[in-house]
Design a protein around this ligand. Sequence first.
Ligand SMILES: [Zn+2]
Length: 159
Amino acid sequence: MEVAALFGEDAVRVVEVLKGVHEIIDIDVVDQTQIRLSTVRKTLYRLYDHSLVGLRRSRDKETGWFVFHWRLQPDQLEGFIFNQKRRVLEKLETRLRYEKSHEFYSCQTQGCRPLPFEQAFEALFRCPACNKPMVHVNNSHIIETLTRKISQIKKELSE
Ligand SMILES: [Zn+2]
């Protein structure tokens, strides 16, 4: 789920609680999720930062302290997720074009990065990081994965 990817699993549970109510205070979110108060607050403020939740302040008549009432802004949430997906899609498409238009060479050492042909050629097919010889890499599985992911996101965006 998208909220999980963007804000973490705790945010999913907080959002689920917010979906069921008009407004709620943080302690009640804690009661319903069993997530620690500090985490609930952090999560609410992060969502608030992105305008995904709204906030109303009132003053407690007995203590004189401020009470924060949170509510979900569902339209904002949908728009936000839509924009995030668009951004991811653009990145994946750029990467796919890059993978399709380049040949890659790798020293096959963990932690070293494969290089496109031009850079590998300039380095005389020796890895600039570890100096091992570089061999041609088949990137068809990367292209397949990217293509699959792209069509999946495109489908989600058109729904
Ligand atoms: Zn290397």
